[in-house]
Design a protein around this ligand. Structure first.
Ligand SMILES: [Zn+2]
Length: 386
């Protein structure tokens, strides 16, 4: 896997890599046979005309201009590399972003799938959650990661980020149950019709599943029965985040919509005057909204996908601070009274595939990991890929 673990920005961006007791090898495509040996920690900086890589003894490594390079620990007893506060197993690849104007660099952890997964499973679930939840999570996370790797392989330098945007990755972790869940399910993925199913999952569906083609993207890999959502109410409805309410001042909400419209090139949304109504326009077959209509006080009406509505309501930019409370999901019903928009929402996350709170509820009722996966990915095959 290629996991982007750090994205630096701004002129003179820099990071420290490795520890004081470590020897670190640096390789570029042109110097592969003559690796530079550096003493940790190494300061990596992106200058205006080239990289600057300086080790603890002041030795400056030779890297051509903005050529990508890789770092690997040479210390027998410590094969991991520290970046910031986290410890990563495997090699690191450093890539300058942009062409003419270099606006920062990415640090990408190159790590075997089975070494990567414990750092995902432990970060994605509470540490006391049960073994079947953890095993189901390992299979879903492996399926998601493998699918991203297959798609982005030749398209960009990394497959996934280490954040909730892909799936959270904490690097090297010391959580026995997460390691056991990964080992017990080694190589096992979700399949359908002989193809890999991207194992999307989210924190809490709020009781009603979303379809991948609505909430993630309308690609062919997403248009399969296991990603069309389970029928009937989910078991997560006792979770705290299954139901929530958030109030937004109407003026502020309208400004967020306008700013989002400028950002996304949706002039019709930017042109709305004060919002007067937000209504569900369409739902999926399970009753989860997929499209909303937004009407302003002048009677202008626009349509938005559920994901866009959530993004617009949460939008922050130059003059708009992060909202005090973000909408946790795009499953909302909105009541406008006087100068406030009241959002009554359900769940946390996109609602596609496995619901983590629901999976834990099933596990506590004695359900094994295979039945949990069948519940959330109906009709999926559980396949040992290697
Ligand atoms: Zn759920």
């Amino acid at each position: 896997m290629r996991v982007r673990v750090l994205r630096t920005g701004g002129p003179g961006a820099q990071t420290l890599i490795g520890t004081t007791t470590q020897w670190i090898g640096l390789e570029t495509a042109s110097t592969e046979s003559t690796e530079t040996v550096l003493r940790g920690p190494v300061v990596v900086r992106l200058g205006s005309t080239s990289w600057s890589v300086i080790d603890a003894n002041g030795l400056r490594a030779k890297v051509d201009a903005f050529e990508p390079f890789e770092m690997v620990s040479l210390s027998e007893d410590d094969r991991d590399l520290v970046v910031g506060k986290r410890v990563y197993p495997g090699r690191l690849r450093l890539v300058a972003r942009g062409d003419e104007s270099r606006d920062g660099f990415d640090v990408i952890s190159l790590v075997p799938m089975e070494t990567y997964l414990p750092g995902v499973v432990s970060a994605e679930l509470f540490s006391h959650w049960l073994t079947p939840t953890r095993a189901a999570q390992a299979i879903a996370a492996r399926s998601f990661a493998a699918s991203e790797h297959a798609w982005f392989g030749g398209r960009r330098e990394w497959d996934v980020t280490g954040t909730a945007h892909s799936q959270v990755y904490s690097g090297r972790v010391d959580h026995a149950q997460s390691h056991e869940a990964v080992e017990a399910t080694r190589g096992v993925v979700l399949g359908y019709d002989g193809k890999l199913v991207p194992g999307y999952y989210s924190s809490c569906c709020g009781g009603t599943a979303a379809r991948a083609i609505d909430a993630i993207g309308s690609s062919a890999v997403n248009d399969v029965p296991p990603l069309a959502g389970r029928a009937g109410e989910d078991v997560c409805i006792e979770a705290k985040i299954a139901r929530w309410t958030i109030d937004r001042p109407l003026g502020q909400l309208t400004r967020r919509f306008a700013a989002w419209g400028r950002y996304r090139g949706r002039q019709d949304v930017t042109d709305l005057s004060e919002i007067a109504a937000i209504e569900v326009l369409r739902q999926n077959e399970h009753g989860r909204p997929t499209r909303y209509s937004v009407t302003d006080v002048a009677g202008q009406q626009v349509e938005m996908s559920a994901g866009h509505l959530r993004a617009a309501a949460n939008f922050s930019g130059a003059s708009l601070k992060e909202p005090r409370q973000r909408l946790w999901s795009s499953h909302v019903s909105v009541t406008i009274r006087k100068d406030t928009a009241g959002f009554a929402g359900r769940g946390f996350g996109h609602g596609v595939g496995m619901c983590q709170y629901g999976a834990e509820t099933l596990a506590r009722a004695g359900t094994d990991h295979l039945d949990i996966l069948e519940w959330y990915y109906p009709g999926a095959d559980i396949v040992k890929a290697y």
